[in-house]
Write a protein of this length. Structure first.
Length: 150
């Protein structure tokens, strides 16, 4: 899977939004297992949404880095588990995002989905534009991160 693109959408009054068709197609036309994992991003004010198989890979990597005999690590695990939710996706592909997640990322009504490889993101439209404005020049950032190696 390789989610790409920017898609505008609208959140309804019940906190639901239709999963973009292009993302469904990327998953083979249907949602594997009928569920998606929704995570509060640890760095940005957005939600990361994963097919469950991809989320399980991410969770395994995170858990492998933890020592369950270390109090600080077990507390981090508590926080990780509080910051994601597996949600059922009905046949209509109208996702019901948990209200506390919607409130945490300041989503009002107008949202933007962005593809990001094995996951896609859900942003409040205003927050997304603020984020993009803070990014600076693509050419300069690309050069800084990748240099002449590409």
């Amino acid at each position: 899977m390789d989610f790409t693109g920017i898609i505008k959408a609208t959140l309804d009054e019940k906190g639901r939004v239709v999963l973009p068709v292009c993302f469904r197609k990327e998953m083979g036309g249907s949602i594997p297992g009928g569920c998606l994992a929704v995570e509060l991003d640890p760095y940005e004010i957005c939600l990361n949404i994963y097919p469950v198989e991809e989320w399980n890979k991410r969770l395994s990597v995170l858990k492998e880095k933890l020592n369950f005999n270390n109090m600080e690590h077990t507390r981090m695990l508590d926080l990780i588990y509080q910051r994601f939710k597996i949600i059922d996706i009905p046949g209509s592909c109208r996702m019901s995002i948990p209200r506390n997640f919607i409130e945490s990322v300041h989503v009002s009504k107008e949202i933007i989905f962005t593809g990001q490889g094995t996951r896609f993101r859900l942003w409040d439209a205003v927050e997304y534009h603020t984020y993009m404005d803070s990014m600076g020049d693509f050419k300069s950032n690309f050069s800084k991160i990748f240099g002449q190696s590409i």
